[in-house]
Design a protein around this ligand. Structure first.
Ligand code: 3NM
Length: 217
């Protein structure tokens, strides 16, 4: 994958929004310039069954309109059924090697990792990128680990310089430059866009700040 696609990686499910319709939030984020989208319909109040499928189809169509890759979290069967651009899995989800076999080589595979051992295993499973987090405290994932800061991002970037890395967890406009300076190619985030009263404005501002740091390094 092109590591620039990780620059501003928005993740959302219908359970993550507050005052807006999630489809409106996604379109605002796409209009604002997100570079990748992950459909993550998970946790309390998440849609299931037909409702989940229909919502995923609507998100995929919007991503296509803006030419932004559409990744599905965990649900590999849904990803195959909708011909999504890729799948993202955590350590508690299905085995990454099995998923790579199922989706083939031309789809994006992302894996969440929390140690260098997990990063190495993800590479061996054929991951295109790794997610490292939670960098900061998050309220969007009830079973998230304790915040780990940027140390693992630094270690991973030093050990595997050609591996695309995205930081996750509690990332905002105020701390996103620190994540990039540590060695990440981009930031993935939920609430900084999904719960912002103006998702378009939040996205533009994040992108602007990320573009500044890209110039520094
Ligand atoms: N995964 P927010 S943290 C989905 O550490 C997810 O692997 C994490 O949401 C991990 O940007 C997280 O609102 C939630 O903090 C990120």
């Amino acid at each position: 994958m092109n590591r620039e696609q990780l620059q501003l990686y928005f993740i959302m499910g219908s359970q993550n929004v507050e005052e807006h319709d999630p489809i409106v939030v996604l379109e605002e984020a796409l209009r604002g310039g997100i570079t990748l989208f992950q459909f993550r319909e998970k946790g309390e109040n998440a849609l299931t069954g037909e409702d989940k499928i229909n919502f995923a189809k609507a998100c995929k169509a919007l991503c296509k309109k803006y030419n932004v890759p559409f990744i599905i979290n965990d649900d590999v069967n849904l990803a195959i059924a909708l011909d999504a651009d890729g799948v993202h899995v955590g350590q508690d989800d299905a085995n990454a090697i099995a998923i790579r076999e199922k989706i083939g080589l031309d789809k994006i595979l992302g894996v969440s990792t929390h140690s260098l051992t997990e990063v190495t295993a993800a590479i061996n499973a054929g991951a295109d990128y790794v997610g490292i987090g939670p960098v900061y405290a998050t309220t969007s994932k009830s079973d998230a680990n304790s915040p780990a800061g940027t140390i693992l991002i630094e270690q991973t970037a030093a050990t595997y310089p050609s591996l695309p890395i995205v930081g996750i967890g509690g990332i905002t406009i105020d701390n996103c430059q620190t994540v990039i300076r540590a060695g990440a190619d981009g930031v993935s985030l939920i609430s900084a866009i999904a719960t912002h009263e103006e998702p378009f404005v939040a996205t533009r501002q994040l992108l602007h700040v990320l573009q500044q740091v890209a110039k520094i390094s």
